[in-house]
Ligand binder design. Structure first.
Ligand code: S3P
Length: 183
């Protein structure tokens, strides 16, 4: 847990980047857009970068090559993106599972985890076919199982924001408040 953040500073202080973690459907991409605009930071989405690099979708990577191959691509991508400056990085929901991913972000990145209940997550994801891990008969049950397993990893974040009942703008404002109050 980091207790002291060096934050946006007009007089030349070091500015740390923000990485958004959290389960699928917690709003990382939508919040990342608003947050990056508010801060004047560049926005990077690790999954979108993998899709660009591989010239295909995450679903296709899972289907053709399997989850382990995707996780290797994800780790390589996070390492590559970890050198960015003045950036908001949105990660896939499973990125927290590998210690090497979070180690790559240690130091220059404030880790902000977005949380939500399984019911909220299911509502936000709807019937989207873009989450290969949730293409099962009972997605709510699957969300609960995965979330229970991942909870300790998400809880390692510097800041956790509960997003239930909140839109991206409100969440982005909460993040800025939380980060500023830890200066
Ligand atoms: C995953 C989350 C997805 C994507 C992949 C695996 C996960 O990203 O990386 O389908 O393991 O939780 P989002 O969290 O952006 O949906």
């Amino acid at each position: 847990m980091v207790n002291c953040f060096v934050w946006v500073n007009e007089t030349g202080g070091v500015v740390r980047n923000i990485v958004l973690t959290g389960f699928m459907g917690t709003g990382k991409t939508a919040v990342g857009k608003v947050l990056s605009q508010k801060l004047g930071f560049v926005l990077v989405d690790a999954d979108a970068e993998i899709e660009k690099e591989q010239k295909t979708t995450i679903t296709d990577i899972f289907n053709r090559l399997g989850e382990a191959a995707f996780r290797d691509m994800e780790s390589a991508m996070i390492k590559r993106l970890s050198v960015l400056k003045r950036a908001v990085l949105s990660t896939g929901g499973g990125a927290v599972l590998r210690a090497e991913n979070m180690d790559a972000l240690r130091g220059n990145w404030i880790v902000v985890c977005l949380a939500a209940t399984p019911e909220t997550i299911l509502r936000r994801i709807g019937k989207s076919k873009n989450r290969p891990l949730l293409q099962v008969a009972d997605p709510l049950q699957k969300i609960r199982e995965l979330y229970d397993f991942r909870r300790p990893y998400y809880e390692k974040a510097d800041i956790i924001i509960n997003t239930d009942g909140m839109g991206p703008l409100q969440v982005a404002e909460e993040i800025i408040k939380a980060v500023s109050s830890k200066q």
